[in-house]
Write a protein that binds this ligand. Structure first.
Ligand SMILES: NC(=O)c1ccc[n+]([C@@H]2O[C@H](COP(=O)([O-])OP(=O)(O)OC[C@H]3O[C@@H](n4cnc5c(N)ncnc54)[C@H](OP(=O)(O)O)[C@@H]3O)[C@@H](O)[C@H]2O)c1
Length: 288
């Protein structure tokens, strides 16, 4: 078996939060953004010389859950999150490639407080439905890892960055206090992928988020304000019902996003707590 450093890696979605973190970790990999390689286009997918690769890491996705509830967004979401993974699964099967894919806790309705990998799909939103369809396609690949994650924070648009900007702009946000989870820094997903590949862990689905306390979005927003040196009481706690009154389109969200990390931890993976990483992240935003 090849060592990790000998494996030839192809990364999709290179300009996204996860894509950027992967490119930083694997600078010698072939990495393509949507402008160069659109996973929804089967002709483009089939045009690659796949015998040159051992691993595909699919960091491409359409992640705008609210816009996925519109006609245009529904098409984008189904194409990128279901058809795209199907296309990659086809070439992975044909060329004996390990397909690494990234899923979301939105495949669940969030009524269970803690999600294990084997929970039955019960998506509430179009985005969640399309991610579930992508997971099913990827599960047909003999060697695959589907990393199910939530609340991703990296280089790009995300909740923490938005809250930090609002704090600095003297805007007092209203944030929901009845959806619960943990942050996942893109670096944690990259570490998990490295762990699975290096140890040739059994094929399948693995939850991955950072460890640390389960909090609501509002509590995390307050933490961001405090870490950035602002008065955390400026964050107004509201319910999802209040929030969605002014929000169209609006995708229903799982109440509980907490992912159970035991399966990957049992393979020897050591989860990192998100709170020190959040502090470092806020510091880096303040410096930039
Ligand atoms: N963000 C979250 O909170 C979150 C939560 C749970 C799970 N996830 C999952 O985590 C993974 C990584 O998410 P992320 O936060 O890194 O998302 P992201 O920052 O939005 O990155 C996704 C990238 O995919 C690209 N893309 C979209 N459609 C494509 C296509 N048809 N072909 C090729 N590339 C395409 C996008 O390009 P353009 O920018 O040009 O459109 C973008 O650069 C995704 O699978 C997502 O579903 C994310």
């Amino acid at each position: 078996m090849k060592k990790l450093e000998e494996k030839r890696i192809f990364i999709t979605g290179r300009n996204g939060q996860l894509g950027k973190a992967l490119v930083a970790r694997y600078p010698d990999a072939t990495a393509k953004g949507r402008d160069e390689f659109d996973i929804t286009d089967i002709n483009q997918v089939k045009a690659i010389s796949w015998s040159d690769y051992d691993v595909i890491i699919n960091a491409a996705a359409y992640v705008n859950a609210d816009h996925s509830e519109t006609k245009e967004g529904r098409e984008m979401s189904w194409s990128a999150n279901a058809v795209g993974p199907r296309n990659l699964a086809e070439v992975a099967i044909a060329n004996n490639i390990n397909l690494i894919h990234v899923s979301s806790e939105y495949v669940f309705d969030g009524t269970l407080q803690n999600h294990e990998e084997g929970e039955i799909f019960t998506p509430l939103s179009v985005y969640g439905q399309t991610k579930a369809a992508g997971d099913i396609a990827v599960s047909l690949v003999p060697k695959h890892y589907t990393l199910r994650t939530s609340w991703v924070i990296g280089e790009g648009h995300n909740f923490v960055k938005t809250m930090n900007n609002l704090a600095n702009l003297r805007v007092d946000p209203k944030v929901v206090n009845d959806q619960f989870g943990r942050l996942t820094f893109a670096s944690e997903i990259v570490r998990a992928i490295e762990h699975l590949l290096e140890n040739d862990v059994e094929s399948g689905t693995y939850n991955i988020s950072n460890d640390g306390p389960i909090k609501s979005w509002a509590e995390i927003a307050a933490e961001v304000f405090e870490l950035a040196g602002h008065d955390k009481s400026r964050v107004k706690f509201i319910t999802t019902d209040e929030y969605k009154k002014d929000k169209q389109p609006f995708a229903p969200r799982p109440t509980y996003s907490d992912l159970n990390l035991l399966k990957i931890q049992k393979t020897g993976f050591e989860s990192h707590d998100y709170e020190p990483l959040l502090k470092d992240y806020i510091d880096s935003l303040e410096r930039s």
